[in-house]
Design a protein around this ligand. Sequence first.
Ligand code: GN1
Ligand code: MG
Length: 372
Amino acid sequence: MFDLQKIFNQFDVADEFINASELGSGHINDTFLIQTESNYDYVLQRINHLVFPDVPSLVENKVLISRHLGKKFNYLSDDEIQKRVLTFIQTKSGANFLRDKEGNYWNLTVNIQGCKTYERVSSSKVAYEAGKLFGEFLHLTSDFDSSRLAEIIPNFHKMSFRFEQFDAALANASELRREKATELIDFANKRREEVQILEELIDDGKISLRATHNDTKISNALFSPEDEALCVIDTDTVMPGIVHFDFGDAVRTICNTGDEDESDLSKVRFNLEYFEEFTKGFIGELGGELSDVEAKHLAFSAKVMTFIVGLRMLTDFLQNDIYFRTSHEFQNLDRAKSQFKLVSEIEINLDEMETIVSLEYAKSVGKQQAQT
Ligand code: GN1
Ligand code: MG
C-alpha cells in the first residue's frame, strides 16, 4: 500500500533498508518496524492527519519533549539515553517529518532494541515499574513550560465536550446501534454529573496544568527483558493536562484483568494488587510534587479516565465507527462495554483505592519533610 522503502530513504539515515513489518496495536496511526543491514532498526510512523489536524505541531511537541527528557538523562551514556527516550530522525532536507505526494505525514525514530511491550499486565513488578515510568515522565517534565505545547486535539480529556459529542451522536444514531447500546447509554447518563469533577477542579484553578502524556496505556511503555520499565512511547498526545489524566488512564489498562475490547465481561475485573503496585511506583516518583488536592482525586481519576475512554468508544459506535480503527463488527461496542464494566469494578474497589493512595501519599510527604 505504501512504498515504505522510498519513504524511509528520504530520512537522513545511512543504513540500508532490508524490510518493513507492521508494529504495535494503536487505534489511530500506522506504525512499521524498518529493519536495516546495520545494528539499528527504525520505527516509521504514518500519523493519521484526519484525527490529528495539525501534524507539524504534533511532531514539534514530540521533539520538544524528547529533547527535554534527553537533557535530563545526560548523566547516562549515549547508548543508555537512547533506551530511555525516543530519538527522532530528520529528513534529508532537515525537517522532523516528511509529507509524501499523497499528503500523508511520516516520522521516524530509532527503534529501541530488545524491548517488550504489554497489552495486559502479568505481574506486580510490571505494574510497579509502569508506575515508576509514568511518574518519572511527569516528574522530569514538571519544569517544562507547558504553554509551549500546542493543544493537539482540543478538549481531548474534557468531559463536557465528550458528552456534547456523545449527545450529538446519539441524536443521529441508527435505530439498530442505539438499541444495541441502550444499557450503556443509561450507564453513561447516570454518571454524567460525578465524572465532571476533574474538569471542575481545572476550571476553578484548583489544579494547575503541566505537560502530560495523555495516552498512558500500558502498551505505551517499553520494558527491558528483565521487566524494568525503560521508555515512554507514543508521545503524539503530549499536551497541557493534569496528573490525573496520566494516572487514571494508566490504571485503566494496568488494572484490567481483561482486554480493552473483552466480550466476556466476567473476565473484566479490577486488580487491586496491581493498583497498589502502580500507585507505589507512581507516587514514589512524583509524590513530593503533588498537592493535597491532586492526591485526593487520584484514585477517582481511574474511574473518570476509564469512563471517558468508554464514552468515546460508545460515541464512535453510535457514529458507525469513524474514529477508532476496528477489526471486527461492533468492536467499539465491545470496547465500550468492557470499559464501563471496568468502571463498575472501580466503583466497588474505590474505598480501598483511596486508602492505598492516601497511605502512599502520606509516606511521600513524610519523606519530603524528613529531607527538609
Ligand atoms: C487511542 O491510537 P492509540 O492506541 O495510541 C486514543 C486514546 C485512547 C486509546 C484507547 C489520539 O490511542 O485516546 O485512550 O486509543 N488516541 C487518540 O486504547 O484518540
Ligand atoms: Mg496514542
